[in-house]
Design a binder for this molecule. Structure first.
Ligand SMILES: Cc1cc2nc3c(=O)[nH]c(=O)nc-3n(C[C@H](O)[C@H](O)[C@H](O)COP(=O)(O)O)c2cc1C
Ligand code: SF4
Length: 388
């Protein structure tokens, strides 16, 4: 019934079906940030599920500014475990595309680590100097090249959800040096890092970025000025035009800041209609790119919020040409085998996410996180938390 979802679409030189397993932090690395057996098993399971593209959750480019106690860190020390993760994925699904999402947690760093900011006068955060931002850029470059060495098919430059990449893009970033103020300065990190990465790559490698088209905060991404709250995504469309001009391969369209405006990023039952805004953002981006004859691929977000209607909505988005890929976050936790079951016509066997926020609760409590409804291990973790 949904056979068009399994037709392949090209992304750089590779091809994949239209399903994307979005980055989802499991907070289960070993001490030091290397993937544990639990981490590796989660990606093995996604490979078995036949997602066209799977994005390895937020992987930090630094050991200092972390959002999760057991978050992943990409450095030379951890290269072998990351290679094992890629190998586990590729053994199950050699055609599947595996990307690493690279991030610096910035203002979203936990109190246990170095919480930093790019924006002057931000309470509770250490202001990063110009030189430190240069080091952040170098960190992204180094991590991208390590991802290449680990065997990943590409990287996702995390410029969304209020992490450092998103902070620096905002109109509210009025810092007076070369990293703030003008559009050119606020996009410098992405532009200079991507240019350098492209120069140094040794093989075909997919480069994309996830953006929050509208963060829902004053002066945030998707507003027209430092003192604006009303949505105006025109500048974010310029960021996407720049990504295309840089020769990047895709944009992953998201919205909101989970820690501040979380209902926008991951709508729950009471806020489920906010998922409709994601469809509009995706279509707006796709149509702009088509009208301007640009080649960047477009991934949409928040499909879990549509629950069992998601395949139907996805089919509509693909058939009408409003998206190239459709991204699922929580559904990959609820049932990592979703695309495979759909392809086999086993719709009734799919465990649909019920938007209960249990996985978010575990993540916010700094515990291993996954689906507390369908997975016994995470059910037990939640029970322990509730008994504390
Ligand atoms: C537990 C949890 C962890 C997440 N981790 C990440 C992450 O590492 N990187 C990211 O870009 N988004 C992350 N997200 C956001 C999801 O990728 C996705 O955008 C969001 O859940 C909305 O999509 P959905 O309705 O399909 O779940 C996370 C969301 C949840 C609930
Ligand atoms: S815990 Fe709840 S919100 Fe999270 S994946 Fe499971 S059903 Fe969905």
């Amino acid at each position: 019934m949904y056979h068009n979802l399994f037709e392949t679409v090209k992304i750089q030189k590779q091809s994949a079906n239209h399903f994307v397993a979005q980055a989802m932090e499991g907070n289960d690395s070993e001490a030091g940030g290397s993937p544990s057996e639990r981490t590796i098993n989660r990606y093995r399971e996604l490979a078995r599920g036949h997602w066209g593209v799977a994005v390895v959750e937020a992987v930090s480019i630094t050991e200092r500014s972390l959002a999760r106690v057991n978050g992943l860190i990409l450095n030379e020390k951890n290269l072998d475990p990351f290679k094992r993760l890629v190998e586990a994925f590729k053994t199950e699904n050699p055609q599947g595309i595996l990307l690493f999402q690279l991030t610096h947690s910035g203002e979203q760093s936990g109190s246990f680590s170095d919480r930093t900011t790019v924006t002057p006068n931000t309470e509770g955060c250490r202001y990063l100097s110009s030189g430190e931002l240069e080091q952040v850029k170098d960190g992204f470059i180094k991590a991208a090249l390590l991802a290449e060495s680990a065997g990943a098919d590409g990287i996702d430059f995390k410029m969304c959800h209020g992490y450092l990449g998103g902070e620096i893009l905002r109109p509210r970033n009025t810092r007076p040096d070369k990293w703030g103020g003008s559009f050119e300065n606020r996009t410098r990190l992405l532009r200079e890092a991507v240019t350098e990465i492209k120069n140094r790559l040794k093989r075909d490698f997919i480069l994309g970025s996830r953006l929050s088209l509208y963060e829902g905060i004053r002066g945030g991404c998707g507003t027209s000025g430092a003192d604006e709250i009303v949505e105006d995504i025109s500048e974010m469309l310029d960021v996407i035009r720049m990504m295309d001009a840089l020769g990047m391969d895709y944009v992953n369209v998201s919205a909101g800041i989970p820690a501040l405006t979380g209902a926008i990023t991951r709508p729950t039952e009471p806020s489920k209609y906010l998922a409709l805004h994601h469809l509009r953002y995706t279509r707006t981006v796709k149509q702009m790119l088509q009208q301007e004859n640009r080649r960047l691929r477009v991934i949409g977000s928040a499909y879990s919020a549509h629950k069992d209607k998601a395949p139907q909505i996805m089919a509509e988005m693909i058939v009408k040409g409003y998206a190239d890929f459709c991204g699922f976050g929580r559904q990959t936790f609820a049932d990592p085998l979703t695309p495979r079951k759909l392809a086999a016509g086993d719709m009734e066997k799919i465990n649909w996410c019920i938007l209960c926020s249990g996985c978010t609760k575990l993540m916010a409590s700094q515990l291993n996180d996954g689906c507390v409804v369908y997975n016994e291990y995470y059910k037990a973790v939640l029970k322990q938390l509730n008994n504390r």
